[in-house]
Design a protein around this ligand. Structure first.
Ligand code: NAD
Length: 345
């Protein structure tokens, strides 16, 4: 299968590309190369015959038409997005432009392309989304695919809007869409402004490790390569028009996650122990959701997917990767806004 992956120079898109090429698929990576992109993430596959790169913006309809006509993919997997909640608080406009208008523009280009091919049933448009569209849970309960949408941040609202557009393009135009909503990812190549790499890199530098509020917010953590595997499963086996929740069955409070990373670093870098002494509680993020938890029964029972790693094992691999790949993260630390407190309201 030839897959057009949007956002393939980002964290999750690059994991999908590495895995898809390893599985024998052809891949076209379409990415605008924003501040969050890094082509080094796909360096291990980019020299091969099954990989092509196109620098383009998903809001550019003409570029999308040209790329689809040139490469003639069998499916589109759409990951390109503005993805950092804190940045969405400071500048929501870009999130609306890329995540909503961009998804609309891509849907229309995919529809033109699909119709010009004679509307093949086997074509897929897979929209990759987040569990944040469901809002916040109390101490109990889980998000299912039927949980009503209640997004609380500009980021999650823009993703919710894009989910609705994709669903509507399936219902109205018959475009063969599949959708997935996933919990928090972590793993290699995670951009240094997100929580897990922030903790690792601050701890390594001997600097204060910022934890928002009291650190009691709960997230369900999934190793990025498990997510990539789930996405290729949904693309290959998901039923048209259906959405699938993807989660790690690994609920942790933020403070427990930070303490776990510190304990792993104490073992791997004993010189800096105890790293947990660096933890510093800072003002909370406005609109900070209390708890996310995924019920992934549907993807497990219907498609036979489940996560392969516990969060303890995944974090060990992640910490080791950051220790072994300092040139990668050093180069990204100079980028606009990285390392600064953003989204303070
Ligand atoms: N990171 C998570 O924990 C998580 C969880 C669930 C879902 N998601 C979703 O998965 C997708 C990928 O997330 P990520 O963490 O890899 O994001 P990321 O920020 O690491 O990567 C996003 C990529 O999209 C590209 N991009 C941004 N705007 C673009 C535009 N206008 N045109 C073309 N390319 C553009 C960027 O250059 C970047 O390479 C997003 O849609 C996100 O909402 C993320």
């Amino acid at each position: 299968m030839k897959i057009l992956v949007t956002g393939g120079a980002g964290f999750i898109g690059s994991a999908v590309i590495r895995r898809a090429v390893a599985a024998g698929h052809g891949v076209v990576n379409l990415d605008a190369l924003t501040y969050a992109a890094c082509l080094a993430n796909v360096a291990e596959v980019s020299d091969g015959p099954d990989y092509a790169f196109e620098q383009a913006d998903i809001r550019d309809a003409r570029a999308l038409d040209r790329i689809l006509d040139t490469h003639r993919p069998d499916s589109v997997m759409h990951l390109a997005a503005e993805s950092h909640v804190d940045r969405s608080i400071d500048g929501p406009g870009t999130f609306i432009d890329t995540n909503v208008t961009g998804t609309y523009t891509l849907l229309e280009a995919a529809r033109r392309y699909w119709q010009a091919q004679g509307a093949p049933e086997a074509f897929r448009f897979h929209h990759v989304s987040t569990d944040e569209v469901y809002g916040s849970l109390g101490a109990t309960g889980f998000f299912t695919e039927d949980t009503p949408y209640a997004p609380n941040s500009p980021y999650s609202a823009s993703k919710a809007a894009s989910d609705h557009l994709v669903r509507a393009w399936g219902e109205t135009y018959g475009l063969p869409v599949v959708m997935s909503n996933c919990s928090n990812n972590y793993g290699p190549y995670h951009f240094p402004e997100k929580l897990v790499p922030v903790v690792i890199l601050k701890a390594l530098a001997g600097e204060a490790i910022p934890v928002y509020g009291t650190g009691e917010n709960v997230r369900d953590w999934l190793y990025v390569e498990d997510h990539a595997d789930a996405l290729l499963t949904v693309l290959g086996k998901g039923a048209v028009g259906r959405s699938y929740n993807i989660g790690g069955d690994n609920e942790l409070t933020n403070i427990a996650l930070v303490r776990l990373i510190c304990a792993i670093l104490d073992e791997m870098r004993p010189g800096g122990a105890p790293h947990a002494d660096l933890i510093a509680f800072v003002a909370d993020r406005p609109g900070h959701d209390m708890r996310y938890a995924i019920d992934a029964t549907r993807i497990r029972e219907e498609l036979g997917w489940k996560p392969s790693l516990t969060v303890e094992e995944g974090l060990r691999r992640t910490v080791l990767w950051y220790l072994d790949n300092e040139p990668w993260w050093r180069a990204l630390q100079d980028r606009d806004g990285v390392g600064k407190r953003l989204g303070n309201g």
